[in-house]
Design a protein around this ligand. Structure first.
Ligand code: LLP
Length: 435
């Protein structure tokens, strides 16, 4: 079987048969910046951001905000990019908040998330004047009231709600059902009780509700159902507690194409359908249209990223399989091990050759770390540059230093130019905190 290389939008093929990314030759990038290397096409990230911002503006006028979920890919340059595209930022830890502050990101456009924020983190968020804190549980609500009181301010919050919707995705990234650790459930009454409590607090201003049903979701329906459930809950808060909340944040979760056979819903279609449901439901319930927030992460950066590796060994085990070993693996991409995630890949220096040989691509960690089991590639030799596609989300941000492997550099490419946005870690970095 010959598999033609599947090329994401940010990639191309040069006249000499090499892979290009954002108009830059992948072999040049590997040579100049070393491997493994995260390469991200800046134009592609901007285009995705613009599509989200344009469609939220189209459907909600000035009453919508697209926040980039920084957990998908966080560094100062990404914050600057998000700012320049008119996005807000979703952060989930002091580390993400610190990065945003250091980049000069406007704090009023930051939403602080997390199911176990420490007192120090809440104090940091309050003193940094983040735009909104999404409160996950009652302990946090009480702690925040005290922290805001001591700071002499009122904290603007949303409540994280479990709408009870099961999205079709990997079970480890399903977060909307009652058995999720995140937020307050509607059906047990705890969400309404939390709203009542928050409304009675002196240093808390409850402005709205938030939910996030999961990630890498391909259907529109769960998002529509969720929007309806959330608005019904907002209506309960209005009718029972006498407060009309003005903000509804529906989180992220929009799926992207990892494999040729994946067909995610175009995000404009999602925005259109959910906007229709929101407007209809608000009409039925006689609610004012709330301002709408969404928090895409993967769909902004995922398909814009390609990881380049160098092949260090090709090991044929007769009658069993042939291993191709690369100079990265579990440490720079834990997703195959965590979620059984599958990736499309190709030999970047052999784009004119047929992909008709089967290999298992393994990493270099002291684990059975496979980037792809039995994948069809060109004939592979030691020294080839292997490109793994759609690694722009939850790769760099989830990378580890297992085996004391330094994290790769991140390079942004754009219109034929490349620049480092995150330096490669050094050996000194590996022992920096050792005493
Ligand atoms: N908002 C909240 C509150 C979230 O928890 C998340 C992701 C997002 C937005 C962005 O979701 P996205 O649009 O990227 O799907 N590590 C996993 C994904 C975990 C997602 C966690 N929360 C993976 O590699 O698939």
């Amino acid at each position: 079987m010959t598999v033609k290389p599947f090329l994401p939008e940010c990639a191309g093929i040069s006249e000499t048969g090499s892979l290009t990314i954002g108009g830059v030759c992948a072999l040049r990038l590997a040579e100049e910046f070393g491997t493994p290397l995260y390469v991200m096409d800046e134009n592609e990230i901007r285009k995705n951001a613009q599509r989200f911002v344009k469609s939220i503006n189209e459907h909600y006028g000035g009453r919508g905000l697209v926040s980039f979920a920084s957990k998908a890919f966080m560094c100062k340059e990404m914050c600057r990019l998000a700012k320049s595209e008119g996005m807000g930022l979703d952060v989930v830890s002091a580390g993400e908040l610190y990065t945003a502050i250091e980049s000069g990101f406007p704090m009023r456009l930051v939403t602080f998330h997390g199911n176990n924020k420490t007192p120090e983190e809440l104090t940091y968020a309050v003193s940094s004047r983040v735009g909104s804190i999404v409160v996950d549980n009652t302990f946090e609500l009480h702690m925040l009231e005290q922290i805001a009181k001591s700071a002499g301010v009122t904290a603007r919050i949303k409540l994280r709600i479990k709408p009870g919707v099961e999205a079709h995705t990997h079970e480890l990234i399903m977060t909307g059902g009652i058995d999720s650790k995140f937020g307050f459930a509607i059906e047990t009454g705890e969400a309404l009780a939390a709203a009542a409590e928050a409304l009675g607090m002196d240093h808390i201003e409850l402005t709205g509700v938030h939910c996030h049903i999961g990630s890498q979701i391909f259907d529109i329906e769960p998002f529509e159902v969720t929007a309806r459930i959330m608005l019904k809950f907002m209506n309960e808060v209005k009718t029972i507690l006498g407060c009309e909340l003005s903000e509804l944040n529906l989180g992220g979760g929009f799926g992207i194409r990892y494999l040729p056979e994946d067909s995610p819903v175009p995000l404009e279609k999602y925005m259109e359908s959910v906007a229709r449901v929101i407007k209809e439901t608000c009409g039925e319930l006689n609610l004012n249209l709330p301002s709408i927030g969404i928090e895409p992460g993967r769909a902004v950066t995922g398909a814009a990223g390609i990881t380049l590796y160098r092949v260090g060994a090709v090991k044929d085990i007769p009658g069993v399989r042939t291993y191709v070993t690369v100079d990265g693996g579990l440490t720079d991409n834990p997703r195959p091990a965590l979620y059984g995630a599958k990736y499309a890949m190709t030999a970047a220096n052999k784009m004119n050759q047929a992909q008709n040989k089967i290999y298992t691509v393994s990493g270099r960690c002291c684990e059975t770390d496979q980037l792809g089991a039995q994948v069809t590639l060109q004939e592979i030799n030691v020294g080839d540059i292997l490109a793994v596609f759609s690694t722009g989300a939850y790769n760099y941000s989830m990378a580890s230093n297992y085996n004391r492997l330094p994290k790769p550099a991140v390079v942004f490419v754009k219109d034929g130019e490349a620049r480092v946005v995150v330096n490669r870690e050094t050996l000194e970095d590996m022992a920096r905190n050792d005493v």
